[in-house]
Design a protein around this ligand. Sequence first.
Ligand SMILES: Cc1cc2nc3c(=O)[nH]c(=O)nc-3n(C[C@H](O)[C@H](O)[C@H](O)COP(=O)(O)OP(=O)(O)OC[C@H]3O[C@@H](n4cnc5c(N)ncnc54)[C@H](O)[C@@H]3O)c2cc1C
Length: 386
Amino acid sequence: MDFTLSSEQQMIVETVRAFAVKELYPFEDEVERDDSVRPELRRQIIERSRELGLFAANMPEEHGGAGLDNLSLALLSRELGRASMALQWIVARPSNILQACVGDQVETYLRPTCRGERLECLALTEPGAGSDLRAMTTRAVRDGGDFVINGQKHFISNGTEADYVILFTVTGEEDTPRGKSKKMTAFLVDMGTPGFEHRRGPSCVSHKGYHQAELFFSDCRISENQILGEEHKGFDVANVWLGATRLEVAAMCIGRAQRALEMSVEWAAQRKQFGQTIGRFQGVSFKLADMATQIAAAELLTLHAAWKLDQGTMTDMDAAMAKLHASEMLAMVTDEAIQIFGGMGLMDSMPLERFWRDARVERIYDGTSEIQRHIISRSLLRAQGG
Ligand SMILES: Cc1cc2nc3c(=O)[nH]c(=O)nc-3n(C[C@H](O)[C@H](O)[C@H](O)COP(=O)(O)OP(=O)(O)OC[C@H]3O[C@@H](n4cnc5c(N)ncnc54)[C@H](O)[C@@H]3O)c2cc1C
């Protein structure tokens, strides 16, 4: 097995690392303080990342993206993940799901999103349907060539900033061997459509400046032309997207953990107590060893899964293992980093307390750790008929 990066991949790593350091790090404190990103700063990040060919890196070149393979994309996300979420997500990797756009949808949604002119958000979660998406109750009822939508979504990232939502709704029911099951359909719904309201949700402890919204649909009428993918095939569309997104979360966790480790090593090598640098105490140096080992393990799982995705062989279990381990590793690494820094680690003059707060959400969104364990154990047991 050859683990060497190609010269193009090496260049991606170096370019994105330099971009994060120069274009994102300097604004992290401002975003944390204001809990928002200035519109001019947002435009500047879009422009600079487009100049470097980093914008919409996951999307095909024919639609204006960079057309990167999944392994290169994981490397890009790892490097961007070093920076604050509110800033790094602006270097958009639009939902893969948009590749299901057809006809007019391509010019109305897909291509403007790849150019940074329009922004999407993606709405699955509801107050009564989190891990259990089949408990969804937001319903779209066909009325001739239209659909009428009623229901509510919450925790929708960028829901207040977005121009449109990729909305998942219930559109029917079917009999399965395990009883009745809901049929889902995905739609593209513009903000401002009558009957569609949104508002900012509660503040989150993680990722300041990256907000979540609540969406409300009350007799919201849209055309059948706004179906994304096929009617009743919403779960199929979502499944195409979920695996790749989990790898992206895993890759971003690795980048942030590497930054926390680098800071910790530097601190342990220069901070003195009892007449020597604290890195000379095994109580500190062994933490560094564990942090580095766990990061390396998460990286191997993630890059391997991304490579398998490129070969068309990635399983749900591969993506689940990468997301599970990388997000739990980040929690451990950021916590230990704070321990190594002592009181200084908790002060907001350093980014560590932010990394620690930001790490918390990674074990919850895009499938909680328990759901990832469920996917992994189900795959193991099913193979034995269990
Ligand atoms: C900051 C943030 C951004 C988000 N962005 C988006 C977004 O853009 N779009 C979107 O649609 N959603 C988004 N979400 C929602 C996110 O995906 C859900 O929060 C997540 O899937 C968990 O759902 P829940 O919060 O309702 O928790 P629940 O599903 O209520 O889970 C509560 C607890 O029960 C456990 N649990 C549930 N079922 C099982 C089971 N079968 N076995 C074992 N344990 C179980 C969970 O692991 C968890 O510990 C976001 C959430 C956050 C916090």
